[in-house]
Ligand binder design. Structure first.
Ligand SMILES: NC(=O)c1ccc[n+]([C@@H]2O[C@H](COP(=O)([O-])OP(=O)(O)OC[C@H]3O[C@@H](n4cnc5c(N)ncnc54)[C@H](OP(=O)(O)O)[C@@H]3O)[C@@H](O)[C@H]2O)c1
Length: 352
């Protein structure tokens, strides 16, 4: 199989294509052909090794994991002994989290990991984009902001992967949504259903009169100190980006009437991600969750994908396409002996 790999931290060009032996699923493991996988902000941070403290997680001198990529969608093409949740031919999507490894044609994960069946109505690229954005936005809004019907929610960075998903999900939860983005994305964000869209280059919402119950800074470009002015009593400021300030404010604001919250959704247990993925899959199948996709690129153009992410202004997700969707189940002749095909179903292709 081909994988996109890197050996040293650096610009997008450090990632290149290499050949590796096809992985063989062991007991309790499933193997997928990867049809779509996002190149996200965390992949970019791991590739560049920035900020410096990220190297504590990714590897001090050189990256520990050569293959990045977490948020994927694909088709099960082999299963190991004892697998009961999935069968060959199943369409699935999920997230490998810190284990990464999905920028590849084939991916092996435990069947107990964060993967769930993908409804036929949801396209592969859409599914990978949902993992990239909505799997983060959902716990922020639901668990951090307790967003409900009638809540006034502001989403800053509303055109990014997490922000766009937050607009869609907050509307679904019944909130009144104000979305803030740059001038190039006003039309796109309006199309997501936001009640009001603010061009951040024309208006600073933190200086306005409108008050909010939840201020979700999906890109971490504001501060709690600025946001607090427009938070209603009992309101919550949520941010995706860690800083010493927000860690301190999270502790101290617990005593106040306006709270600051930082969450690390990628570090949640797989068992907690599975019901969220099922919820998001069901929502996507209704058509209520179709996140924007900036561009789809073949796996070998992974560096182009990283350039789009690094530029900092992508609309929604950048999606790699390691295996074209018209590739049928892996040839029986190339199946590893330790895998078995419990059933074979043709993939239902839905437009991405
Ligand atoms: N804490 C967690 O659990 C967690 C989980 C996942 C991701 N994250 C973090 O969340 C952040 C967002 O991720 P993402 O994938 O949504 O990023 P993204 O898609 O790369 O965000 C791109 C968006 O950022 C907007 N943007 C750029 N500069 C801005 C500014 N000065 N003010 C407001 N918006 C600005 C751009 O909008 P315009 O071009 O329209 O301005 C663009 O659409 C990343 O830092 C990521 O590492 C955290």
């Amino acid at each position: 199989m081909r994988v996109a790999a890197y050996e040293r931290y650096g610009p997008p060009e450090v990632v290149g294509m290499i050949e590796r032996p096809d992985p063989i699923p062991g007991a309790g493991e499933v193997r997928m052909r990867v049809h779509a996988v996002s190149v996200g902000a965390s992949d970019s941070a791991a590739r560049s090794g920035t900020p410096w403290f990220a190297r504590l997680a990714f590897g001090l001198r050189a990256p520990r994991k050569a293959v990045l990529g977490s948020d994927f969608a694909g088709v099960v093409d082999a299963i190991g002994p004892g697998v009961t949740r999935f069968a060959v031919g199943d369409r699935v999507f999920g997230a490998t989290g810190a284990a990464s490894g999905a920028h590849a044609e084939l991916l092996v994960v435990a069947e107990s990991s964060a993967i769930v069946p993908l409804p036929g109505a949801v396209g592969m690229a859409d599914a990978a984009a949902i993992c990239d954005g909505a799997l983060t936005a959902l716990p922020f809004l639901r668990d951090g902001g307790h967003v409900g019907v009638g809540d006034r929610v502001l989403v800053n960075g509303a055109s990014g992967s997490v922000g766009a998903a937050a607009v869609l999900l907050a509307k679904h939860l019944g909130a009144e949504v104000t979305a803030v983005c740059g001038p190039a994305h006003v039309e796109l964000v309006s199309g997501l259903g936001a009640d009001r869209v603010v061009d951040r280059t024309r208006e600073d919402v933190t200086r306005g009169d409108a008050m909010f119950d939840v201020f979700f800074d999906a890109v971490g470009k504001t501060t709690f100190v600025r946001a607090r002015r427009i938070l209603a009593p009992g309101g919550v400021y949520l941010t995706t980006v860690p800083s010493w300030a927000i860690m301190f404010q999270q502790l101290t604001s617990r005593l106040g009437r306006r709270r600051a919250v930082i969450m690390f959704t990628g570090l949640r247990k797989d068992a907690d991600k599975v019901p969220d993925l099922e919820y998001l899959a069901a929502l996507a199948a209704t058509g209520a969750l179709r996140p924007p996709i900036e561009r789809e690129v073949p796996l070998e153009q992974v560096a182009d994908g990283y350039r789009l992410v690094d530029a900092g202004h992508k609309a929604g997700s950048v999606i790699l396409r390691p295996v074209p969707e018209n590739v049928e189940a892996a040839d029986a002749a190339t199946e590893p002996e330790s895998t078995h095909a419990a059933s074979a179903r043709p993939e239902t292709r839905a437009g991405a």
